[in-house]
Design a protein around this ligand. Structure first.
Ligand SMILES: [Zn+2]
Ligand SMILES: [Zn+2]
Length: 333
């Protein structure tokens, strides 16, 4: 089978690999479409010690069963999957918070990912997909579920309904874009999105009908937003988020571009700001997101770009150089 292998920092190669071995309890999916995630970009840059050269990356996939060693998973049925392979028995798994599983491993990190014609995955990780949902929607399940989980954590702690809230989203990548779309759907009073890349700003303005700003020219007003979603997660955006949120407001930290920086604990304390972190999604979030995508909650997704897997290396380079207006590029094997 053809696979796009991460071979060295800033390099992938299209290679011929043996078919994945079918092991008991797993199925081999024929991959239909797979998204390039920010974390794949991070690995491609050589910045993720857990993802080493020689690995097939990719964890935002949709495919159909090509071989099955698990009962009840018929050939040809379509699935996405939870890329976090979880134990099902730890404290967090039994609470239904399996995104926090103490024993988790991950597709495209600790095992071969989906930038390939075929990929094997435990049947227990699969999530059924409507047979007729377009591939571009189906392959967006994972990033959309990340936004879904984050925004539902925010909704849980809001003092006033989202309909009354002004929301600032920092970052117009896939998570920022999907968050803006979901917030519009939920009826947020106002959504402003700050993004440095002009191509991305145009896409967000067009498809998420959010007000977009270049934060270098128009820094977000201070103490002006009930909710701030930081979908970048770097020192300057964290500072911006803490400054922009109203007293009593909520800051949600979704992106994680760099790890360590001081935050203004004085403002956090005196202005009684709630600072939340979020990590991925639970299986319940993934299922809810499939249903939401099928209902059109995230719109027509015309902003998503599709390319051939053979052109994968160029897609990584274009994303790296900021040449993609699309906040999400899907590869089609
Ligand atoms: Zn992802
Ligand atoms: Zn667990």
């Amino acid at each position: 089978m053809k696979a796009l292998v991460y071979t060295a920092p800033n390099e992938t190669q299209l290679r011929e690999l043996p078919m994945p071995e079918l092991v008991p309890g797993e199925v081999v999916l024929k991959i239909e479409a797979v998204g390039i995630c920010g974390s794949d970009m991070h690995a491609w840059h050589g910045h993720d010690p857990r993802r080493k050269p020689g690995l097939v990356l990719g964890h935002e996939f949709v495919g159909s069963v090509a071989q099955s060693a698990a009962p009840g998973f018929d050939l040809g049925r379509r699935f996405t999957g939870n890329p976090l392979i979880t134990c099902g028995t730890c404290e967090f798994c039994v609470q239904g918070r399996n995104n926090l599983c103490a024993n988790r491993t991950m597709v495209g990190m600790t095992r071969a990912g989906a930038f390939a014609e075929y990929m094997s995955i435990p049947a227990a990780s699969l999530i059924a997909m409507p047979q007729d949902l377009p591939a571009r929607a189906a392959a967006l399940t994972e990033p959309a579920a990340t936004a879904w989980h984050a925004i539902h954590l925010v909704l849980r702690v809001l003092v006033r309904p989202i309909h009354e809230c002004r929301v600032l989203v920092i970052g117009g990548g896939a998570i920022g874009m999907l968050s803006a779309l979901l917030l519009r759907h939920l009826g947020a009073a106002e959504v402003v999105l700050a993004e440095l890349n002009a191509l991305r700003r145009d896409a967000v303005a067009r498809y998420a009908s959010a007000k977009v700003v270049d934060p270098r020219e128009t820094p977000p007003a201070e103490a002006a937003f009930d909710v701030v979603i930081d979908a970048v997660g770097a020192k300057p955006t964290r500072d911006q988020a803490i400054a922009a949120v109203k007293p009593g407001g909520v800051v949600m930290h979704v992106g994680l571009q760099d790890w360590a920086s001081e935050i203004d604990m004085r403002r956090l304390t005196l202005a009684e700001i709630t600072l939340l972190g979020t990590y991925t999604y639970t299986t319940a979030d993934l299922r809810a997101t499939v249903a939401a995508l099928a209902r059109g909650v995230f719109g027509d997704l015309a902003w998503v770009e599709e390319r051939a897997l053979d052109e994968g290396q160029k897609a990584f380079v274009d994303l790296d150089r900021g040449l993609c207006a699309a906040a999400k590029v899907l590869l089609r094997p």
